[in-house]
Design a protein around this ligand. Sequence first.
Ligand SMILES: C[S@@+](CC[C@H](N)C(=O)[O-])C[C@H]1O[C@@H](n2cnc3c(N)ncnc32)[C@H](O)[C@@H]1O
Length: 240
Amino acid sequence: MLNIIGIGLKDEKSITLEGLELIKDSDVLYLETYTSKLTNATITDLEKFYKKKIIKADREVVEKQAETTILKDAKTKKVSFLVMGDPFSATTHMDLLQRAREKKIKVNIINNVSILNAIGIVGLELYKYGKTTSIPFDNENVTSPLDVYEKNKEIGLHTLFLLDLRPEENKYMSCKEATDYLIRCGLNKTTLVISCAQIGSNNPVIRTSKVKDVKLINKYPQCLIIPGNLHFVEEELISQ
Ligand SMILES: C[S@@+](CC[C@H](N)C(=O)[O-])C[C@H]1O[C@@H](n2cnc3c(N)ncnc32)[C@H](O)[C@@H]1O
């Protein structure tokens, strides 16, 4: 059996009760370690709370070695595959799900909160966001994030930028780095942006400013929003 479980954004207690019960009943726990970061817990905190050892699953394990690790185990044991946030939001583990189905492995999916909906805390209507885009670390010849923003802007929609991260190297892109990149790509320096860090934690940082005035925030992970057309209620909320 394979349980694909979203563990939320904050810490070891962000898991749902349903997810926790499946973990307690599991023989093997894998944690996908390369697409996000909890705001307030380490892998050791998770292990202590679940009272089980966690096997770290990096991109290589999930995308190239799943047949000989996660899926092989799930053929004969109860395996839980843990994903930060929601397993099918922003990161998609659809490939693992498909391969499990092909192997006739029983799969349980347990959803959780994702950055894609927790971002509602900023005050912009979720149904007024356009396409989400990501800014990679290696961005010298990359212009697609600005292209996505411009298309969203044309039809008045908000743009959410997810920022690259390499948790294994403890390396996370900041809103400052992201906005420096967008300015280099030609974004008008007076554009209004919202810098966000540790959304879903008890102390999220949400700062509205002109893009040229974005300051470094020392909390991760971070994401950035450029608002589209603002309803007066949204305008009030983001200026508080
Ligand atoms: C691939 S997405 C996360 C997907 C995850 N499965 C989910 O549902 O949230 C990772 C990116 O989302 C953003 N992110 C994730 N968690 C965040 C948080 N708590 N606060 C701010 N940004 C966050 C960061 O830009 C990060 O690099």
